[in-house]
Design a protein around this ligand. Structure first.
Ligand code: HEM
Length: 405
């Protein structure tokens, strides 16, 4: 298969289910391989890392998508992401990043730890009730979704009574981040975008009138204080992004992590006896089965290269993070799940100026949740095959049945 055929295969149901053999076929062709018109499929750790850190490559923003992506402007889901920090280039990106970072601070995240610990134990209590008589429990539904959605909603100031609304909406919305999607899926994504925008318009209005100690209030205040720094539609887009990015990915860190622990009892034993640290486990789960498998950048300067390969004006580097994380030039025995690795630094949170704003929060949730789960349920076992979500970009499980005794 040539590069284009491999990329095409990656977008099939089978490719989405297990992209790793295809990544290795791509690697056999080189760290960077042309994959059709103006596409460079990039699987090398060094090459992906370099492009992420090279500010002269652009994220595909509204202007670029409008030029190259047919029907882009007709999809409110795509337009919404393009107004958020994720899909902005300079100078807009720095303007938004400094504003959001000023309220989404390391101190605020660190201060959340007791609330995360409490939420974990509350959810484990609920799972204990559900599964006490040996009834299978779906870990994705009972825990992996609920923890991150609870934490990000707490941080944003979304009332507890509304949190059940978001699982289906976020799942519908994030289809628009995939490289390809059916028209019906995009229609559902657009509806979800509009519903979420409506929700946050109302919440922002309530917090404007009656501010609290939460992120929505803080962002409304910075937006209002200087209108030029964050417009109303940008405020909304970023609130929706924070909500969705805050749990879709972390849910998958927890689900992918538990599956790997079930498949590797030695890693679970290591976590129990302290030879595996929670941080080491996080890093290895992120490396081995990254919740975000790919992102992309566009070359708009003459003479640019991705690794050794020329990247002509307008070409897109498809950065396969999940493949880079298994590059044998960077990792010894990359196919082994080994949470005792040192200096792992997977690229799962990206790199450079768009490096994930929520990395600290996601790591905190993973480091508290997975060890607490194993300690609480020493008999935890699979109760049937886990079912993957049919996605390439955001990789995780739809359901993961377990018994806890
Ligand atoms: C395991 C969990 C997570 C993973 C694997 C992950 C992954 C990523 C990646 C790969 C990017 C960069 C995309 C690119 O450069 O194109 C990113 C950006 C971002 N993430 Fe995360 N993320 C996670 C959790 C979170 C959480 C919990 C939040 C928020 C509460 C969050 C908020 C964001 C935001 C706002 C950006 C955009 C930053 C920018 O463009 O400057 N993420 N994330």
């Amino acid at each position: 298969m040539d590069g284009a055929a491999i990329l095409e295969q990656l977008m099939t149901v089978a490719g989405r289910e297990d992209p790793y053999p295809l990544y290795e076929q791509a690697r056999a062709l080189g760290a960077v391989t042309p994959a059709g018109e103006a596409l460079l499929m990039t699987v090398g750790y060094r090459e992906v890392n370099e492009v992420l850190r090279d500010g002269t490559f652009r994220v595909p923003d509204a202007e670029l998508r409008g030029r190259w992506e047919e029907g882009f402007a007709d999809h409110s889901s795509k337009v919404m992401f393009s107004r958020s920090i994720l899909e902005r280039n300079e100078p807009d990106h720095s303007r938004m990043r400094s504003l959001i970072a000023s309220v989404f601070t390391a101190r605020r995240i660190a201060a959340l730890e007791p609330a995360v610990v409490e939420a974990v134990h509350r959810l484990l209590d609920d799972m204990a009730d559900q599964g006490a008589d040996g009834t299978p429990v779906d870990f994705m539904d009972a825990f992996a979704y609920r923890l991150p959605v609870g934490v990000i909603c707490e941080l944003l100031g979304v009332p507890a009574a509304d949190r059940h609304l978001f699982r289906a909406l976020a799942s519908d919305l994030t289809v628009s981040l995939e490289m390809i999607a059916e028209d019906s899926e995009l229609a559902a994504a657009d509806e979800a975008a509009e519903e979420l925008a409506g929700y946050f318009t109302a919440l922002a209005a309530r917090r404007r009138a009656d501010p609290r100690d939460d992120l929505v209030s803080a962002l409304v205040q910075v937006a209002d204080a200087d209108h030029g720094r964050l417009s109303g539609s940008e405020l909304l887009a970023n609130l929706v992004l924070l909500l969705v990015a805050g749990f879709e990915t972390t849910t998958n860190l927890l689900g992918n992590g538990l599956t790997l622990l079930l498949d590797h009892p030695e890693a679970a034993a290591g976590l129990r006896d302290g030879t595996v640290t929670p941080a080491g486990l996080n890093d290895e789960v992120l490396r081995f089965d990254s919740p975000v498998q790919l992102t992309s950048r566009i070359s708009l300067a003459n003479g640019q290269r991705v690794g050794e390969t020329e990247a002509p004006y307008g070409s897109m580097a498809v950065l396969l993070i999940g493949a880079a994380n298994r590059d044998p030039l960077r990792y010894e025995h990359p196919e082994r799940f080994d949470p005792t690795r040192r200096d792992s630094r997977p690229l799962s949170f990206g790199g450079g100026s768009h490096y994930c704003l929520g990395a600290q929060l996601a790591r905190l949730e993973g480091a508290v949740a997975l060890p607490a789960l194993l300690t609480r349920f020493p008999e935890l076992a699979p109760a049937g095959p886990p079912v993957r979500r049919d996605r390439l970009v955001l990789r995780g499980y739809q359901s993961l049945p377990i018994t806890i005794r």
